[in-house]
Design a protein around this ligand. Structure first.
Ligand code: NAG
Length: 326
């Protein structure tokens, strides 16, 4: 199983990488398995000394303290590709802390931006971090496409890889070798499927007002600094630049093998704690790409998984639709 997963990733990466056109234009893309060093591929966005490089610039620590959070972004923008990082999250009491690893073009397209997110929401001591993914296209911020998950491991103990595969017709989010979410472009989704070049971002910031139990638990700076560690940052896509022409990846080749699909389904059956496709309060008519089956019985009208409720007790809803369990 592990081997077929790897083979799939290699194929997907090669398909997404546009290596030949990149070479032809002199635009340097990393060979598979050779992550860019920070200085070559990224630039600090904010947080002055709260961003620190380690291991020859191959590992990046970003931290949050009472002065500031921190963040960085890729120097280039990419149209499709494969983007990943190994991330280790801060431990202990992390309520209110948000770590984000995402693609966006919000700085270029203010009203019609695209975005693909991994967001990690901290928690009170002894409660696990929660992960959410989101997809926005062409400024569709009114239609959140959030999903939230539990994890089968403690993300503060070790590095784990979080990856986004983005092609013309398909987006796949991965945690380690497991695909956790697939978004297939449907005609009705139209421009709400991200389709303009995006940059890669990583940030840590204070989400006290909403991240944990709708803002009930705020960041406690007694425990600062909160340090998120990033390693093996990988960008394999069509870099967009003045001299770069890159054909889109041959994306029909990137179909998920059956073994991967069943791994994804098993993950989702167990760890999906909220899905917008099940949220009938927010979307009385599910968004067009949702295909909801018998598994919908496992979810409340709020989109929250019933099993999660039983396991974790009270949940709190915020205005933005983000809620959390503590
Ligand atoms: C994207 O959104 C803008 C502004 O709402 C709209 O004018 C435009 O037609 C949209 N683009 C596509 C391809 O639908």
């Amino acid at each position: 199983m592990a081997r077929s997963v790897l083979a799939f990733l290699v194929v997907a990466v090669a398909a997404a990488a546009c290596l030949s056109s990149a070479a032809a234009t002199g635009e340097l893309l990393p060979a598979a398995g050779t992550p860019l060093s920070f200085g070559d591929g990224y630039t600090q966005l904010f947080g002055d000394s709260n961003l620190a490089l380690h291991g020859d610039g191959k590992r990046v620590h970003i931290s949050l303290d009472e002065r500031t959070g921190a963040g960085f972004a890729s120097r280039g923008a990419y149209l499709h590709g494969f983007f990943s990082a190994r991330i280790k999250l801060p431990a202990d009491h992390t309520a209110g802390v948000v770590v984000a690893f995402y693609m966006s073009n919000g700085d270029v397209y203010e009203r019609t931006h695209d975005e693909l997110d991994f967001e990690f929401l901290g928690n009170v001591r002894g409660r696990e971090w929660r992960v959410q993914t989101n997809v926005y296209g062409n400024g569709s911020t009114a239609s959140g496409r959030e999903e939230r998950y539990g994890l089968w491991f403690d993300p503060t103990e070790d590095f784990h890889r979080y990856a986004i595969l983005w092609s013309r017709h398909r987006i796949i989010f991965y945690i380690d070798e497991t695909p956790i979410r697939e978004v297939v472009r449907t005609e009705s989704m139209g421009a709400q499927f991200p389709s303009k070049p995006m940059s890669l971002y990583a940030t840590i910031w204070d989400g006290s007002s909403w991240a944990t139990s709708g803002g009930r638990y705020k960041v406690d700076y007694k425990y600062a600094p909160y340090v998120a560690e990033f390693a093996d940052l990988a960008l394999r896509g069509c870099a967009v630049g003045p001299a770069t022409a890159c054909a889109p990846p041959p994306d029909d080749a990137i179909a998920m093998p059956p073994g991967q699909r069943s791994a994804m389904e098993a993950f989702r059956a167990r760890y999906l704690t909220y899905g917008y496709c099940y949220d009938r309060l927010r979307y009385p008519t599910p968004l067009p790409e949702c295909s909801v089956g018998a598994e919908a019985a496992e979810f409340l009208p709020s989109g929250d998984a019933r099993a999660t409720l039983r396991r974790r007790g009270r949940r709190h809803r915020t205005r933005g639709g983000a809620d959390s369990a503590v």
